[in-house]
Design a protein around this ligand. Structure first.
Ligand code: A2P
Length: 276
């Protein structure tokens, strides 16, 4: 099975390739252009960017220059986390379409429930307004699906209670060791599809002993174990790499982690990420 083209179905029927290509921290310009061009050339058809990454223009150019028909690519972008008013959000999303040089995105999501510089701030009113702007894009068919990112159960409840559209997606940091069970349970209840960013724990999970033991036992690489684990959880992993060989490696996922190894991986606890 090719997980780059095999799809999940969102609540509104839109199909989304199971494994996406993340572009966080990939510098705008040549780096992002090359990375996305390589990813498309090895078969990725689900590309994830954000206003906040600053690389939308390069991502859009790579998509355009690939010659791949627009409808064969699932493209996501994200509304900047500090924009919490309707007009501002709408203008920022329209600017994204221009930067990406596309008539529509497949998915647009609120990047976070609070500005990154004020994590945890109560922005309930602002999130309702920002999501209203996404609803406008959805009505205008400038976005085929709309959603949120980094939203907790409480943040999701606010949108479900006050907006018209139930978010189609919640993109969260999800990888072996992190407990996202409460958010995932809520998302399943409301048919909000979960996308998993940082499936490799930004790389640090690859040093984990259990992951390495599983890789050895199953004759796979640690990265493949981490990504396959998430597929078996029914979510959409968004691995990222600037290295073409690793892009290929991260897509070779046609194997099964048996229940014993899944249980051992489930028992891993702790967030391995380091920010230095
Ligand atoms: P690089 O871009 O140099 O390949 P995550 O997707 O969890 O955020 O992890 C991304 C990090 O993991 C990047 O630093 C990336 O480095 C690294 N990475 C991605 N794929 C692999 C792989 N198959 N093996 C080792 N490191 C990887």
């Amino acid at each position: 099975m090719n997980y780059l083209t095999e799809t999940y179905r969102l609540a509104n029927g839109v199909k989304m390739p199971k494994v996406g290509f993340g572009t966080w921290q990939i510098k705008p310009g040549d780096d992002a252009y090359q990375a996305v061009s390589h990813a498309l050339s090895v078969g990725y058809r689900h590309i994830d960017t954000a206003q906040g990454y600053g690389n939308e223009e390069s991502v859009g150019k790579a998509i355009h220059d690939s010659g791949i028909p627009r409808e064969e690519i699932f493209l996501t972008t994200k509304l900047e986390s500090h924009i919490k008013d309707y007009e501002g959000a709408l203008a920022a999303c329209e600017a994204s379409l221009k930067k990406l040089s596309v008539g529509y995105v497949d998915l647009i999501i609120i990047h976070a429930p609070w500005p990154w510089s004020e994590m945890g701030k109560d922005c309930k009113e602002g999130n309702i307004e920002a999501f209203r702007a996404l609803e406008t894009l959805y009505e205008r068919k400038q976005a085929r699906a709309i959603g949120v990112s980094n939203f907790s159960v409480e943040d999701l409840e606010n949108i479900v209670a006050h907006n018209d559209v139930v978010p189609h997606v919640n993109q969260i940091g999800y990888f072996i060791g992190i407990d996202q069970s409460k958010t995932i349970e809520y998302c399943q209840k409301y048919d909000i599809f979960v996308q998993a960013y940082s499936p490799l724990g930004i790389g640090y999970l690859l040093e984990n002993e259990v992951v390495n033991e599983a890789a050895k036992a199953l004759a796979k690489t640690p990265a493949q174990i981490c990504i396959r684990y998430l597929l078996q959880k029914g979510v959409a992993p968004l691995p990222k790499s600037v290295n073409k060989d690793r892009m290929i490696e991260n897509a070779q996922l046609d194997f099964e982690i048996d229940t014993d190894w899944m249980a051992k991986l489930d028992a891993v606890k702790g967030d391995p990420r380091r920010w230095e």
